[in-house]
Design a binder for this molecule. Structure first.
Ligand SMILES: *Cc1c(COP(=O)(O)O)cnc(C)c1O
Length: 455
């Protein structure tokens, strides 16, 4: 038997040249996006003022199974892909588990996360359409960083609305985006109508992703030759991220391994949707039946405590309505939550799969997440992003179950990025000032009260 190496790098020509569209194999489609004014399903043409054409097409295309990746995108991917598949031998040993733990590492590029996979694609299509620039929001800053790199590469202007508390807590993120000439505005801001409205009502607001999205969309539709781009949640983003899962599966196949469990953190669902894509395909087509687990923060529990309902994707209620697991567009995660993944909703595609019983979801508390993150850092020498550490936390729980049962399960998880810009959070954890926050049912009710009433 082949001795399994610590790291497996595919060669360049083993990198996929097509993305995989999971919707093509779903027995039932996610419910359509609705126009909030008319209550009617949104068409591809309706999206043209917001998204560039090719991306609007990808958003609505639920039948094309394999989508060619343009050469102009592959060229960029080759700078940092294929990304490695790593066997966590040291972690396994530390956990004294018979489980075999593999992770697909996406922190191996300058932006430090998987978000570059979709940023490159979206910037490429915008440039291809002859646009002048794009607008977006960023929470923790990874998406803004990835997109600013991609926009600088393709020569596009970029306007970023950054959630105000992150803008203040992570000045270096803003500085990195500045290196790539992005314009960064803390949100809520006085530069948009929706921002001014939120500031008038809540002058002390530290912002939320939903609020930054409203500002970025408004800016795009009121500026000539600009469109809006989003780093998660959307079908198009899950499509681009399928490269993670396709590469992981190719590498696992080479090793003769097949996961019993596939685990990923879930904010808006893009890395998870990408990682699980080929395995979910096997599951949907009856070829195999791996367990698939989404891990979310207990302080922002869309899957595990949210409602499956139509909701706005933003706080300002300017986006179409999507049917998804949501805490309500008015939900604000607690300020002491440092671990990212603070979006109120969840990918409609994953929401549908979860609703139909094809995957599971669990939540993890902040302190156990950082506990897992620091043990992982010591054993595997990579400082994980707090977001990624949610997955690590669940992997450790599953590995402990294997230790008790003696079962040597094969676990694959997504290590989505590095945490070098999250040192304030790591510091708070090490100095004991970090705390858990789990919202009460009453707190969640305030969020649910913001759900739109349909019909
Ligand atoms: C943005 C981000 C996430 C969460 O986003 P998803 O769309 O749910 O993947 C997870 N990890 C890292 C490192 C991120 O930057």
């Amino acid at each position: 038997m082949m001795k399994i190496p610590h790291r497996l790098y595919l060669t360049e020509d083993q990198m996929p040249s097509q993305w995989y569209n999971l919707r093509a194999d779903m027995p039932e489609q996610p419910d359509p996006m609705l126009n909030p004014g008319t209550g009617k399903p949104v068409t591809e043409e309706d999206l043209y003022p917001i998204f560039c054409k090719e991306l609007a097409h990808q958003e609505m295309d639920s039948t094309t199974r394999w989508v060619d990746i343009p050469e102009g995108i592959l060229e960029e991917y080759r700078i940092y892909r294929p990304s490695p598949l790593i066997r966590a031998y040291n972690l396994e040993q530390a956990l004294d588990t018979p489980a075999k733990i593999y992770y697909k590492y996406e922190g191996n590029n300058t932006s430090g996360s998987h978000k570059l996979n979709s940023a490159i694609a979206q910037a490429y299509y915008a440039k291809h359409q002859g646009l002048k620039g794009v607008t977006t929001e960023t929470g923790a800053g990874q998406w803004g960083t990835a997109l600013s790199e991609a926009c600088a590469f393709y020569g596009l202007d970029l306007q970023v609305y950054m959630v105000k508390c992150s803008y203040e807590q992570k000045p270096f993120r803003k500085a990195v985006m500045g290196v790539f000439d992005a314009n960064v505005t803390p949100s809520p801001s006085p530069t948009t109508e929706v921002g001014r409205k939120i500031l008038a009502e809540f002058p002390e607001s530290t912002g939320s992703l939903g609020c930054a999205i409203s500002e970025a969309v408004e800016k795009a539709v009121t500026s000539e030759n600009y469109r809006y781009v989003l780093g998660s949640v959307l079908n198009q983003v899950l499509l681009h991220q399928s490269i993670i899962g396709l590469e992981a599966k190719t590498a696992m196949d080479i090793l003769g391994e097949y996961p019993d469990l596939v685990i990923g953190c879930a904010g808006g669902g893009s890395n998870l949707g990408g990682l699980i894509a080929p395995y979910m395909r096997d599951k949907l087509t009856g070829k195999s039946n791996p367990r698939i687990i989404a891990v979310e923060p207990a302080s922002c529990p869309s899957f595990t405590r949210g409602k499956y309902a139509y909701d706005f994707c933003d706080t300002g209620k300017v986006t179409p309505l999507a049917k998804m697991y949501t805490l309500g567009n008015g939900f604000m995660p607690a300020a002491n939550h440092a671990g990212g993944l603070r979006y109120h909703g969840m990918s409609p595609l994953l929401s549908k799969l979860y609703h139909d019983g094809y995957m599971e979801a669990v939540s993890a508390k902040q302190l156990e997440v950082f506990e897992a993150a620091t043990l992982f850092a010591k054993k595997e020498t990579i400082l994980p992003a707090p977001e990624s550490a949610h997955a690590i936390c669940q992997v450790m729980k599953e590995a402990a179950k294997c230790r008790e049962s003696g079962e040597a399960k094969t676990i694959l998880f997504g290590l989505t990025g590095t945490g070098y810009f999250d040192m304030t959070a790591y510091d708070a954890f090490k100095s004991g000032t970090m705390s858990n926050h789990v919202p009460t049912d009453e707190e969640l009710e305030t969020g649910f009260a913001s759900l739109p009433k349909l019909g």
